[in-house]
Design a protein around this ligand. Structure first.
Ligand SMILES: NC(=O)c1ccc[n+]([C@@H]2O[C@H](COP(=O)([O-])OP(=O)(O)OC[C@H]3O[C@@H](n4cnc5c(N)ncnc54)[C@H](O)[C@@H]3O)[C@@H](O)[C@H]2O)c1
Length: 257
């Protein structure tokens, strides 16, 4: 009997997650989308094709939600070799508002919870599942985890303390997680995108998009979501790439605002 294999993509209902799922399906992989947005997830599966993709409503911040979604896949006899974390949020809030009032602590905690804790939560549960995999490929690996940071993890802009801290945390955990999992043959990499043309950004007025592109060096445009997906495919293909964060940003360095 042939083994059934899938790749988990969190945030797969939209933007970079959906672009990643699309690239994976085009390359012949089956994907399972985890997203909080049920409508977006179901629509994504319709586009990708039911034979290529499935969707589970998952909240990445919840241990029970991710554990039960992964367990259901394992119970179906399906092997998970790849996990790509794209679920995330990017609200902006200055530490003090215009009147000098301190930002509510809960808004900071919420961003850390979704972007950083959610990423770790999915990684820990997928890593445990991957330890059961038969080693595959020339490197005899058991799996690959890819997390999404941001250039804001290096140079966060005004209003991005929470977002930049969450993305800096994702960059920080990449190497120790790769070290933790190396004896098991599981790799961990991170992509730090610059300004990418996802629905969120393309919905902004042209003036705002132009301002975002201003500091991109070359090519002078928003990054294409499929360029993110292509880097995921390369990370999958290149077993020597491990414990690394790669900026995908057209040599952009963010100014303060
Ligand atoms: N678009 C950019 O320019 C850009 C740049 C740098 C980094 N990023 C990062 O890339 C990732 C994807 O961004 P995008 O532009 O595709 O955003 P997006 O809003 O299009 O997609 C994010 C997806 O995550 C899902 N999500 C949010 N919270 C969730 C939760 N708790 N559990 C499960 N799913 C949840 C949303 O429903 C949505 O489908 C984010 O982590 C973002 O910070 C994006």
């Amino acid at each position: 009997m042939t083994q059934r294999i899938t790749s988990i993509v969190t945030g797969g209902g939209s933007g970079l997650g959906f672009a990643t799922a699309t690239q994976l399906v085009q390359a012949g992989y089956h994907v399972t989308l985890f997203d909080l947005n049920e409508e977006a997830g179901q629509n994504a599966v319709d586009v990708l094709g039911r034979e290529n993709a499935s969707f589970t409503k998952v909240n990445v911040t919840s241990d029970a939600s991710v554990e039960s979604a992964v367990q259901a896949i394992i119970d179906d006899g399906i092997v998970i070799r790849l996990g790509v974390n794209c679920a995330g949020v990017a609200p902006a809030k200055r530490i003090l508002d215009r009147d000098g009032n301190a930002a509510p602590l809960d808004s900071f905690k919420q961003v850390i919870d979704i972007n950083l804790v959610g990423t770790f939560n999915v990684c820990r549960i997928l890593a445990q599942a991957m330890t059961k995999n038969e080693p595959f490929g020339e490197a005899k690996e058991r799996g690959l985890l890819i997390n999404t940071a941001s250039v804001a993890g290096y140079e966060g802009q005004i209003g991005q303390t929470a977002y930049a801290a969450s993305k800096g945390g994702i960059i920080g955990l990449c190497l120790p997680m790769a070290r933790d999992l190396a004896p098991l043959g599981i790799r961990v990499n991170t992509i730090a995108p610059g300004v990418m043309g996802t629905p969120m950004l393309l919905a902004m007025p042209d003036k705002v998009q132009d301002a975002l592109v201003h500091n991109v060096q070359f090519p002078k445009r928003l990054g294409l979501p499929e360029e993110f997906g292509k880097l995921v495919l390369h990370m999958l293909d290149n077993a020597y790439l491990n414990g690394e964060t790669i900026r995908l940003d057209g040599a952009l360095r963010m100014p303060p605002k």
